[in-house]
Design a protein. Structure first.
Length: 70
């Protein structure tokens, strides 16, 4: 039992697989953050084009809503 517990504890050694996974996950987060910014910009452009083309203003109750992912 003691060996199992000791094997489970982090001994301070760097596991190259974990390092690689961490690098990949950080890159994925960066990519997703960039995608969110791109989609927000695209959404803003589409909303502006809609308002321009229709002369419509987004109703206040819609404009006050928070985005689902912020």
């Amino acid at each position: 039992m003691a060996k199992a517990l000791m094997g489970h504890l982090d001994t301070g050694a760097v596991d190259p697989r974990r390092v690689r996974e961490t690098v990949l996950l950080r890159q994925r987060v960066t990519d997703l953050e960039a995608e969110v910014l791109r989609l927000k910009a695209e959404n803003d452009a589409l909303a502006a084009a809609y308002r321009r083309d229709t002369g419509s203003v987004v109703p206040g109750h819609v404009a006050d809503l928070e985005p689902a992912l912020s």
